[in-house]
Design a protein around this ligand. Sequence first.
Ligand code: HEC
Ligand code: HEC
Length: 293
Amino acid sequence: MRRAALSLALLAGPGMAEDFDQIGTLFAERCVICHSGEDAPLGLRLDTLDGVLAGSENGPVVVAGDAASPLLQRLRGEAQPQMPLDGPPFLDPDQIASVEAWVMAGMPAGTVASTPAPARLRPAPGEPVLWPDVEPIFLKSCIKCHSDNSKLGAPPEGLRLDSLANVLRGGDRLAVLPGNPEMSELWRRIVGHSSPRMPFDGPPWLPEDDIRLIRDWIAQGAPDADGTAAPIPVGARVRLRGVLTGEAEIDGAAFVIDGDTRVDDRPRLGDQAEMRGVVQADGSVRAERFRDR
Ligand code: HEC
Ligand code: HEC
């Protein structure tokens, strides 16, 4: 049967429209990590034919026979940001041509059952959280700005959030201090301890459970897919701006003040304070500057 279907397709020659069996496989590889689930960007789910046809909160993304359909414009980079958002690499010309052919042919269905692939189970509180558990949050909510495909032109503060390596590298400053969410600017931004709160285009802010997941991931040492915790970024620069909650603590993030720390206008409990410091080998942060703001 399969062989017969294949030779029929070959007989029809080049230009023969694909059906959703092929297009759905392509979308599963390149689109579904973001375009699925309740938090799919703009409500656009590409994990089933029904989802593709339902379109986004802006309306249909594919219109039968229309080469200017929004989805095709995103693939060709005629509408920004170009898709897939985590490109480059974007789709190659052959792949774009097959999606075009499929839309021109009126989006034929194919034989694959229209049920979404099961989503990765979300770790419950207390369970280990690995990079693949938090990666979709960054991809769906952050990298439209924090990547080289940024709609702002360049990633703000040099911070790219499109891979584990880039999240750990940080931007102009450290974003994640493995093992210490309070000291991590990334966590501070998503809960609103630091402003502007992230995502920058919110509200909506991240759902409570996403914030909890990212917090647990950082607290557990920001492990990769295999569970190996990230190394301590010795020498990385940290800046905290917030409320003094202890003698040497801002919003619950403790640091070390010693004889070499330059202190101006020593802040008092409850004051707005700023600390600039450097990560030490044991994961603590030594303040170089500490002042009232
Ligand atoms: C890394 C995450 C990610 C991947 C992968 C991705 N997208 Fe998107 N997509 C987004 C985000 C985020 C938006 C919303 C961008 C914005 O707010 O401007 C979006 C928007 C879109 C839109 C615009 C919908 C509208 O209403 O204007 C289309 C169409 C689209 N994506 C198609 C695709 C296709 C097709 C693929 C795969 C080839 C893909 N996307 C892969 C994250 C992604
Ligand atoms: C619409 C664009 C946009 C989105 C989406 C966005 N950001 Fe940002 N982000 C910015 C801008 C702009 C700044 C710089 C703001 C400032 O400090 O003036 C920034 C700054 C940051 C900083 C501070 C970097 C530093 O060194 O000071 C962190 C951390 C951050 N973003 C994390 C995130 C996270 C995590 C997400 C997703 C949950 C996210 N951002 C989504 C635009 C965005």
